[in-house]
Design a protein around this ligand. Structure first.
Ligand SMILES: [Zn+2]
Length: 420
């Protein structure tokens, strides 16, 4: 079976829903033992229940070849047995020769902000935003086949807990908590009347609700990183360079200094985990690498020497297929629109360099501020056929992304028994 024969079976774009629901049934079997440390897992009806996936071809997340027709017995959360022989069990899902595969992982997700307009994020009652809108989106994310997301900014801790406890339905979340930004950085979305911050003055709205943490020295970065870890962050997200959606910083800007970023790296590494940074340009990426960061998010404006450096250092590159098409994030101001065009122009080169230097590449969508766009999560993955075979891109969104999730070390919210 060659790589190209896989999508014929699973129908990457239009068949994604079928695939999604299909694989999710297996992976949603009793999430009780996935609860975060300290959480009280609520029993779910499916714990320990056996389900047989009958007559399926298995994509294991690594090999382009599908298995011969097989029967897969899942008990609770564990795949107990795979056999070509019949396995007697009460609960059977007839695969009829379809493909069974691991759940998809989105390595750049914002559970709180993906489906909500930016103005609502900045102004709405947090209960409405965080508990109701985000919970509804979490269920939709799961049903699209994304069983795990790496949340790269936003107060997703409560949502994660509710999902782990079975209160609401949703994917497993690797939360970062608030993204840490310098004043005027990509994460500084404060209203103009909230700046300057005077001594003793209360935190800005975005800091109070846990969207952003503003820090302007190594000590402040260390403090804000430790606050996220205390709240349950599985990795730390730092804004290390200019961004698109934020109007107050040029895309070319380098943000934080090396000592500031290193302070976050030290805090993360003492917790067994890592820092991932937002950055588009060679300078921002190089500074982050020098400070000990393990993963670059975006990087679309990279140059060849920096790509070579990323390969040499074994960096992870969490890259998004940002293109000037119907799936671009909505941007209200012309400054952001202009910056987006710069990024779109770099996308093809970035993927080509990632391939050329065999950089460890992760898939993520970074969908923001638009409920319609969230429904395109699987379609955005399928766009990678411009640069990868279907089997390669499915491997990236399952096994490879899983490796990135495991960089969280001993605070990994998914038990180690869950080999990717
Ligand atoms: Zn993002």
């Amino acid at each position: 079976m060659d790589a190209k024969s896989i999508p014929a079976k699973i129908g990457l774009a239009s068949g994604a829903l079928l695939l999604a629901v299909f694989c999710q049934v297996a992976l949603a079997q009793g999430d009780a033992d996935l609860a975060a440390p300290g959480a009280t897992p609520a029993p779910t009806p499916s714990v320990g229940r056996s389900t047989l996936f009958q007559n399926v071809r298995i994509f294991d997340g690594r090999s382009a070849a599908l298995s011969p027709p097989s029967n897969v017995l899942v008990k609770g959360n564990i795949i107990e047995r795979i056999s070509s022989e019949p396995i007697p069990v009460d609960s059977v899902i007839a695969g009829n020769g379809r493909t069974l595969m691991p759940g998809l992982i989105d390595a750049h997700w914002h559970a709180i902000m993906a489906s909500v307009p930016q103005l609502v994020v900045m102004t709405a009652d947090p209960n409405y935003l965080l508990q109701l809108l985000a919970a509804r989106q979490a269920a939709a994310t799961l049903m699209r086949g994304f069983t795990t997301v790496r949340d790269l900014g936003g107060p997703a801790f409560g949502l994660k807990r509710a999902i782990d406890e079975g209160v609401v339905v949703g994917p497993r979340i690797y939360p970062s908590g608030a993204f840490i930004s310098q004043t005027s950085g990509h994460g500084d979305g404060r209203f103009s009347f909230e700046v300057p911050r005077l001594p003793g003055k209360s935190l800005s709205y975005s800091e109070v609700v846990g969207l952003a943490a503003i820090a302007d020295s190594p000590d402040e970065v260390r403090l804000r990183a430790r606050e996220q870890l205390r709240a349950g962050a599985s990795q730390i997200r730092l804004m290390a360079g200019g961004g698109v959606a934020s109007p107050y910083n040029p895309i070319e800007s380098t943000q934080f200094t090396e000592p500031e970023i290193r302070a976050a790296v030290e805090a993360a590494e003492n917790w067994g985990t890592y820092v991932t940074v937002h950055g588009y340009t060679p300078r921002s990426i190089q500074q982050a690498i020098a400070a000990g960061v393990k993963c670059i998010d975006h990087g679309h404006l990279i140059d060849e020497p920096t790509a070579r450096l990323m390969a040499e250092k074994g960096m992870w590159w969490s890259l998004q297929p940002f293109l000037d098409d119907q799936d671009a994030n909505p941007l209200v101001n012309p400054v952001s629109q202009k910056k987006a065009l710069q990024v779109f122009a770099g996308t093809d080169n970035a993927y080509k360099l990632a391939r050329k230097y065999k950089i460890k590449t992760a898939f993520g969508t970074d969908i923001l501020f638009d409920a319609r766009l969230t429904t395109r999560q699987g379609v955005i993955l399928a766009k990678l056929v411009r640069w990868y075979t279907p089997a390669e891109l499915l491997k990236m969104a399952t096994a490879d992304n899983g490796e990135l999730m495991a960089l969280t070390g001993f605070i990994n919210p998914i038990p180690a028994s869950w080999a990717w």
